[in-house]
Design a protein around this ligand. Structure first.
Ligand SMILES: [Zn+2]
Length: 503
């Protein structure tokens, strides 16, 4: 009999009890499930000090260390699978979570119901709060107002052993679930390429007479970052159906914004083959942008924002906004202005796209943001004309999706290490020595020009140059957004926009 293991199971049960994963009536039953799963036969139930509340992950990891290899293997191949498997034993079924949510919604309103579901998703470790806390985050000013930067350090790094296993498994895996958003992920064991989803519980929603599923993002980029996923694995499409679904959503959840990536590559998100939206309780920099000019059209106040991504903000009632938005989206999908390289389609493939965002302001008063995008490439800009150009790729080369277009940069985790070295290079106060050091590390070669620029622009570095580096990274992000804008804020850009609005 392993007393330590029995004590840990009691701690786990206590955690489940205080988080209401199961009613007290079921405690004996759940305990026996753990004994069965962990192959425990000789039992003397220990009493534990309930004041001593270890974190869930610590309890799980201590259990995993104590069980023999065979038992461990039945829990899962990866640590993530093993943890999820142990948590799932004490969780309710998805339908029970949904019932609880809809009961709370009926009794106490959407905020209480969503807050409960959010806390549940944290308590089950579905939302990885511990990992998210590792992200670096800062604000800095720009001519468009404050911008926000996040260096994303929360996505887990793969164990070298897992990567090796993965290599040997290449192409042998059956494609189930079809993608990482699919419904089939609910309770899915995971694999070496797909996350363990034992503890995944989604909520059904009806939007625009279609079935959608709601969940929080495990690696949230902002407060209550949520994903709304079409019940069917079908391609992204931004059209009037999207907007009808948006309005249904903000009428149900008025304290959240909702938005979507565009439906075309380069200027969209990373998943185009499964229709989904993003939402949450967060105010983005774009919402504080200055209004450059404003016109009244069909009972809608149309504001053109002073924002690097060309954005129209429509203010008005639901019906009026919908009518005007339909005209604007259709118009944009076929609008060309070759002088500025804006060509709406080539060979029947559409290049113009929309990144839409909706917020409810008050009863029948909404704001719809239409960000005008174009994903064409040419020989000068093979990655995209309205995409961060080559000289910015040392900071960011990924797609500029919804969240970034709204002014919150999600920068790759590699930058944490690279900025640390940049700081060291600056601390040398000697450009030649700094360049020598840079040449020794091939991951740093891409920052060569930037290092020279920093030495030219600043004098007398000290040991901590992070504020300077953070500001300079923000400047780069500002340029990233400017490259992504179709109408630049200059004379020809303003004329082209005028042309679009009058056409
Ligand atoms: Zn899918």
């Amino acid at each position: 009999m392993n007393l330590q293991l029995l004590i840990l199971i009691e701690h786990l049960l206590h955690y489940g009890e205080i988080n209401n994963f199961f009613p007290i009536r079921d405690k004996i039953y759940v305990r026996n499930k753990y004994y069965r799963l962990l192959n425990i036969s000789e039992i003397l139930i220990p009493t534990i000090d309930n004041q001593n509340t270890e974190s869930l992950i610590d309890i799980l990891d201590n259990i995993i260390v104590l069980v023999d290899d065979n038992t461990k293997y039945t829990l899962g191949k990866t640590l993530d699978q093993q943890r999820c498997c142990l948590i799932d034993i004490m969780l309710p079924f998805p339908s029970q979570i949904e019932d609880r949510f809809y009961l709370l919604l009926a009794q106490s309103g959407i905020k209480v119901a969503l807050d409960w579901y959010y806390q549940f998703s944290i308590a089950t470790d579905y939302i990885k709060t511990k990992s998210i806390a590792k992200n670096k985050h800062w604000h800095s000013s720009s001519k468009y107002g404050d911008l926000e930067i996040t260096i994303n350090l929360s996505k887990p790094e793969k164990d070298p052993k897992e990567i090796a296993l993965l290599k040997s498994l290449a192409n042998s895996e059956y494609e189930y679930p079809s993608c990482l958003l699919c419904l089939e992920n609910e309770g899915y064991t995971g694999s070496l390429t797909k996350a363990a989803r034992h503890t995944h519980r989604m909520l059904s929603l009806n939007l625009n007479n279609e079935n959608w599923m709601f969940q929080f993002s495990p690696y949230a980029y902002y407060s209550e970052h949520s994903i709304i996923i079409n019940y069917k694995h079908q391609d992204m499409h931004i059209d009037m159906d999207t907007l009808y679904a948006f309005f249904d959503f903000v009428d149900l959840v008025p304290h959240y914004f909702i938005g979507s990536n565009s439906d075309i590559p380069i200027v969209g998100g990373s998943i185009l083959n499964h229709d989904h939206f993003q939402a949450g309780s967060y105010i983005f920099p774009i919402e504080k942008a200055k209004v450059k000019n404003s016109i009244n059209k069909d009972n809608v106040v149309v504001e053109y924002l002073y924002w690097p991504i060309s954005t129209l903000r429509l203010n008005g009632t639901k019906n009026n906004i919908l009518k005007l938005a339909e005209k604007l989206i259709n118009k944009w999908y076929s609008f060309s202005y070759p002088e500025l390289d804006i060509i709406s389609a080539t060979n029947n493939i559409r290049h113009n796209g929309i990144t839409p965002v909706l917020r409810k302001i008050s009863q029948d008063n909404y704001q719809l943001y239409l960000m005008l995008r174009n994903n064409r490439t040419n020989h000068i800009y093979p990655d995209g004309i309205f995409h961060p150009h080559q000289e910015l790729h040392h900071i960011k080369k990924e797609n500029i999706g919804l969240i970034e277009a709204m002014g919150l940069a999600i920068l790759p985790g590699r930058l944490e290490y690279e900025l640390r070295l940049m700081n060291d290079f600056l601390s040398l106060n000697n450009l030649n020595q700094a360049l020598e050091r840079l040449e020794q590390d091939h991951t740093m070669h891409k920052h060569r020009e930037w290092l020279k620029y920093l030495y030219l622009s600043y004098k007398n570095f000290d040991n901590d140059n992070y504020n300077l580096l953070y500001d300079e990274v923000s400047n780069k992000f500002c340029q990233v957004l400017e490259h992504s804008g179709v109408f630049k804020h200059d004379k020809s850009g303003d004329e082209a926009l005028e042309n679009f609005l009058n056409s």
